[in-house]
Write a protein that binds this ligand. Structure first.
Ligand code: TMP
Length: 221
């Protein structure tokens, strides 16, 4: 699908710093005068945010079947694509999305062990022909991820906030190892779309690496 806008997605494990980097990249592109939409998955529409709550925090979601999880992720995605992503790309905007269908392949396919062909057909139904122009994999070591997550939790407690349950944070290391292998497989299968970004450095260092990984998409002809 060829649309006038640019569609960039960021992928990675927990605490890779995706949302911080999306904000930084958006700021840089807006300074160049571009129209930028920042989105996250699951979520990004009123209905999608409700689905996000079911998937991550609602106690009734505990123990949901992997198939239910797959379908809910893609219900949120179907809304996001039709209500927000396609209209923005058609009008020439830049869309930056914190996770997209590669997360489904990694988490529901490799992590939960669902059949990859079935996962693929559900994704196709949700997104049609839409593909990201570029996908960044923000990589951090498991140790860095653990330290960042612990810091985040401590800051929440210090601010007096109670920690909402997050079904994904409660998964075991073996699950996240399968997810990481899933991302690796996707990068190897489609190297032209993907860029690996070392996300272990400072916010500034990672922001520079992110810019290097997308700058060619904005080089004027
Ligand atoms: P996050 O916004 O904090 O990254 O939380 C989203 C969680 O949902 C994260 O643990 C990854 C997971 N997820 C999936 O399992 N499949 C998907 O398709 C997407 C978009 C996210």
């Amino acid at each position: 699908m060829s649309l006038p806008g640019r569609f960039i997605t960021l992928e990675g494990g927990e605490a890779a710093g995706k949302s911080t980097q999306i904000a930084r990249l958006a700021e840089r592109l807006r300074r160049q005068g571009r129209s930028v939409l920042e989105l996250r998955e699951p979520g990004g529409t009123p209905l999608g945010e409700k689905i996000r709550h079911l998937l991550k925090h609602d106690p009734d979601g505990r123990g949901m079947a992997p198939e239910t999880e797959l379908l809910l992720m893609n219900a949120s995605r179907a809304e996001l694509v039709r209500q927000r992503i396609l209209p923005a790309l058609r009008s020439g905007g830049v869309v930056l999305c914190d996770r997209f269908y590669d997360s489904t392949i990694a988490y529901q396919g490799h992590g939960r062990g669902l059949d990859l062909a079935a996962v693929d057909s559900v994704i196709r139904l949700a997104v049609g022909d839409l593909r990201p122009d570029r996908t960044l994999w923000l990589e951090v070591s498991p140790e860095t991820a653990r330290t960042r997550l612990a810091g985040r939790k401590a800051a929440q407690v210090a601010a007096g906030g109670s920690e909402p349950i997050d079904r994904f944070d409660e998964e075991q290391e073996a699950f996240f190892a399968r997810v990481t292998r899933g991302f690796q497989d996707s990068v190897e299968a489609e190297p032209a779309r993907w860029r690996r970004v070392d996300a272990g450095g400072s916010v500034e260092q990672v922001a520079d690496a992110v810019w290097s990984a997308v700058a060619d998409l904005f080089a004027e002809a």
